[in-house]
Design a protein around this ligand. Sequence first.
Ligand code: AMP
Length: 457
Amino acid sequence: MQFTDLGLAEPILRALAAKKYASPTPIQSQAIPVLLQGKDLCGIAQTGTGKTAAFALPSLDHFARNPKPTPLQGCRMLVLSPTRELAAQIAQSFRDYGRFLKLSVEVVFGGVPINRQIRALGRGVDIVVATPGRLLDLIDQRAFTIKDTEIFVLDEADQMMDMGFIHPLKRIAKLLPRERQNLFFSATMPGEIEALAAQFLHDPVKVSVAPQSTTAERVRQQATFVNQAEKQALLTLTVRNEPIDRALIFTRTKHGADRVVRFLEGAGIQAVAIHGNKSQAQRTTALQAFRHGHVKLLVATDIAARGIDVSGVSHVINFELPNVPEQYVHRIGRTARAGAEGVAISFVADDERPYLKAIERTTRVKLDIVPLPENFVEAVRNLPKAAPQRKGREQTPEQKAKRAEGQRRYQDQQQRQQRGGAERAHRPDGETPAKKPFRRRRSGVGAHKAAVQRTAR
Ligand code: AMP
C-alpha cells in the first residue's frame, strides 16, 4: 500500500514525499481509512510504530478539506500527551506533515512561563498539543477553552495513568463538546485503561499493532551481577570499553541520575541528566545536546523511557532495573529504532534479581549473563571521586519558571520603553510637542520654594 492509496489531500502527500516516507506503517494503514471516515479509534500501539502520523495525517486532511476560522481562545484539535518532551515532538510532527497547509500549531506544558502561552492561544489555534496539568491551568485562568474541539486525541493513556493524571483527564472529559471525533492510544490496555477509554470514545474501531517485542528482538540483551555500591565503577568501565554512539542510562531516582552524572564527570566523561526535577529549559537543552550528538550519554529516569524518538541510540544501560517489566521493554525500545541493531546492558544488584526474573518471564527472552570485567576490582579501587555538586541550591521547576517569568516581564518592559523612546524620536513634525521655554533656575534664597510651587501647579 502507498500513501497515495489512502486518499489524503495533495499538500499532505507532498509533505510525506519531502520526508521520504515511502509507504504507511501497519498502524497508519489500519487507522487512517477509519479516521478519514470520522470514526472514533482505540489504538493499541507504542511510540516508534508511526502512530503520531497515524493520527496527525487524517486530522490534517480534515482541516485541509474543511477550512474554518479558529475559535477565539480555543482550538479545533486537542492532543494530550503525558510528558513535555513527547508533546513537543508531536507538535513538531504536525508542523512537518502540515508544512504545506496554513494551520497553526501550539504546544503547551508546565515548567515554562504561562503568559507566553496565554498570548499564543488568545486568537485561537488549529491544533494544540498539551500536557493535562498546564491545559487545566489555562482553562482555570479563563485563557483557553476546549469547548470547540472537533478532534480529540489522548496519547500514551497508560503512561498518563502511571503519572497520576486520572483526575485531570476526568475533568477534561467533562469540558469537551459532545460532538467530536475521539482517538485514544495506549501501549497496553488493562481494565482500568479500558474504563478510561470508555469515558472518551463512542463506538470506536479498535486497531492494534505488534508491541515493541519486534524491536526487542533486534536488541542484544545482557545482564551483569554487581553490588549496588560498585555499579558506578562498572558503568565507567562499560562506557569506556563499549563502542557507544549514543547511550541512554536509566536510574530509578532523580537523585540517582544526578549522582551518576557527577561520577562520570569526575572520571572525565561528559554526560547530562534529564528528569522531573530539572527545569524545562534544562530538559530541552539536555535532550537537544543528546539528539545532536554533542553529548553521548544521557542519564534519565523513566520520564525518558517512552515517547522520546532519538535515532542512533546504540546502547541502553539500566543502572538500576525497573520494578515493572513493561518499563524494561519501553526502555530498551529506545535503541534498535528504525531497523538498527542495539545493545541493552542491565546492572543487577542482589535485591534486583526478582525484577530480572519478572522481565525474562514477560519478554520470554533470557538475558545473556556477562561476568564483571577483568580489571573490575582495580576500577572499583581507583574510581575517581564524583564531581562536586553545582554551587547554590537547585531551584524547583516552579521557582525557575517564576524567575524566568520575572525576567521576561522585565525584558518586555525594557523593550516597551525602548519602543516608546523610538516612537517619540520618530514622531512626525506636526506632532512634536511644543518645547517648553527654557527658564533660568533662580539662584539663591527662594529657588527651592519656587521650584516646589512650579511642581505643585
Ligand atoms: P512515532 O511512533 O510516531 O513516534 O514514529 C516513529 C518514527 O517513525 C518517527 O521518527 C517518524 O518520523 C517515523 N515514521 C512515521 N511514519 C513513517 C513512515 N510511514 N515511513 C517511515 N518513517 C515513518
